[in-house]
Write a protein that binds this ligand. Structure first.
Ligand SMILES: NC(=O)C1=CN([C@@H]2O[C@H](COP(=O)(O)OP(=O)(O)OC[C@H]3O[C@@H](n4cnc5c(N)ncnc54)[C@H](O)[C@@H]3O)[C@@H](O)[C@H]2O)C=CC1
Ligand SMILES: C[N+](C)(C)CC(=O)CC(=O)[O-]
Length: 481
């Protein structure tokens, strides 16, 4: 049975939560009194459907069902997870918890998206504090993995454990904040930067655009992959962190910043910031900006995946956990099942030719792994190199569409391995790829026989696949036109 999340408040953050749960296969029940909530959430979901599957190199579960409800009690009935994302007003949050708890299951988890309230403040006036904790996400919730998980001493250990497991299962990185404080960890850091930026505008030192450039051309890029302390450790040179502190620590006491002080957000300052921000945006709508942000985030996260570093390491681990075992290798089997990511498309608006080869290369890698040519075998000195490739591009495919590759082993005698891949989207045949691979010794870089176990497995697979005919396109070449 599919799990169910109730989203109470479907604005910027509630909409992002709804999208993440849905795309991870949960059913989602929403309550939001705004008559326009359904339209707004549909727009967020449309963007999320393009972006989130792009992070995964393995197919995600089938999307869950979305429904809207007239009351909180209706929305939370039967929900395993309830995410409160109503506006940041404590009395409203209290009222909301009372309504939620009058109808929800006693073992459901109630997470709050609050940016600043402590869980104990939220638990005041509630009947079952043990099921409540802060689950503070980052915008866009459907792409950014961090969620600050803040329990109070009234939150039960069981709720904390279940919350960690649920959040991990929907692709997030729960950071357990061990002591409850106002604004948790990340918002305290963000607020320090934001406060300083407001002073720089108020004092006419810099515009909103100049401040954004100072971040995105420099330290913002560093922060996506190493954070603050690892970055500064490197900045200390070979002497590391201790030298860094000795050199730059004293500056903390000089009046570089105004961090303890907040500029008055007068109507004049607010108008100045809003006007600069409008001019900076070049007239793009918020939804356009969201799509640009999502494309950029997907590209950055996929780059981190290729390095198996920072948030990319988490995404790789999630992909590995989603790979399904192959039950029967004696017939041609599926070696790749995934969505076409945003960064695989080109100026023609469809998947670029190079990505067909990438998908076939991934299919060959998976096939190699399954016959025993895995990381351990490669580390021991044997592997396969591709010697010849022939791809037929038969149909186009677009970002966000699912593709699968079925691999047919045509032969595996001696040092060779002959594979034929068929790429499909649903019933449509998109491409075929025929590849001849040669087993090599990684020491001599020359052709060599594979280990007997691999040779035996390959021969069995090739014999089994031989019974499944000769798919159209094998041995084709580019003829005269
Ligand atoms: N916007 C952001 O960058 C972030 C916000 N948060 C937190 O998420 C929560 C929600 O913030 P946003 O989504 O930004 O606000 P929002 O204003 O975009 O959305 C709030 C939604 O709650 C609905 N709402 C109002 N009264 C309600 C009620 N009684 N019951 C159910 N829904 C009700 C509104 O119609 C609206 O759709 C806040 O606690 C905020 O601190 C957390 C992380 C980031
Ligand atoms: C500005 N904010 C406090 C609402 C920001 C957050 O809570 C997290 C984020 O997404 O930046």
């Amino acid at each position: 049975m599919r799990q169910t999340a109730a989203i109470i408040g479907g604005g910027v953050i509630g909409g992002g939560w709804a999208a993440r749960f849905l795309l991870m296969g949960w059913d989602v029940r929403v309550f939001d009194p705004d008559p326009d909530a359904e339209r707004k959430l549909a727009a967020v979901l449309e963007n999320a459907r393009r972006a989130l599957p792009s992070l995964s190199d393995v197919a995600l579960p089938a999307e869950g069902a979305l429904s809207f409800h007239e009351t909180i009690s209706d929305a939370v009935t039967g929900a395993d997870w309830i995410q409160e994302s109503v506006p940041e007003r404590l009395e409203l949050k209290h009222k909301t918890y009372q309504r939620i708890q009058s109808a929800c299951a006693p073992d459901a988890i109630i997470g709050s998206s609050t940016s600043g309230f402590k869980p104990s403040e939220l638990q005041n006036c509630t009947s079952q504090p043990e099921q409540i904790l802060v689950a503070h996400p980052f915008n866009p919730v459907y792409l950014l993995p961090l969620v600050e998980l803040v329990p109070s001493d009234q939150t039960s250990d069981k709720s904390i454990e279940v919350a960690k497991s649920v959040l991990t299962s929907i692709g997030m990185h729960p950071l357990h904040v061990r002591a409850e404080i106002d604004a948790h960890i990340a918002d305290r850091l963000l607020e320090a930067v934001w406060r300083e930026a407001l002073w720089l505008v108020s004092d006419e030192i810099a515009t909103t655009a100049e401040i954004d450039d100072a971040i995105r051309y420099g330290f913002g890029l560093r922060w996506a992959q190493m954070g603050l302390f690892e970055t500064y450790r490197i900045a200390g040179g070979e002497a590391g962190m201790a030298h860094f502190i000795a050199q730059f620590g004293p500056a903390l006491k000089w009046p570089w910043t105004k961090l303890m002080d907040v500029p008055d957000l007068t109507p004049d300052l607010t108008e100045k910031i809003a006007m600069q921000s409008d001019a900076q945006s070049g007239g793009h709508s918020i939804r356009d900006f969201e799509r640009l942000r999502d494309r950029n985030l997907v590209a950055i996260l996929r780059a981190l995946k290729s390095q198996d570093s920072a948030a990319g390491k988490l995404l790789n681990a999630q992909d590995n956990a989603r790979i399904k075992p192959i039950k029967d290798m004696t017939r041609p089997f599926v070696t790749v099942q995934r969505t076409v990511p945003l960064d695989w498309t080109d100026y023609n608006g469809h998947m670029n030719e190079a990505r067909y080869l990438q998908a076939f290369g991934d299919a060959a890698d998976r096939f190699m792994e399954l016959i025993g040519c895995d990381a351990a075998y490669i580390a021991s000195g044997g592997s396969y190199f591709t010697a010849e490739t022939h791809i037929r591009h038969l149909n186009e495919v677009h970002a966000g569409q699912e593709i699968s590759v079925t691999t047919h082993c045509l032969g595996g005698a001696g040092k060779t391995m002959h594979l034929f891949h068929q790429m499909r989207s649903g019933d449509r045949l998109l491409a075929t790829g025929e590849h001849m691979l040669i087993h090599v010794s990684l020491q001599t870089r020359k052709a060599s026989p594979p280990a007997p176990k691999i040779a035996e497995t390959l021969a069995q697979i090739a014999e089994g696949h031989g019974a499944y005919g000769h798919p159209d396109g094998i041995g084709a070449a580019i003829g005269k036109r």
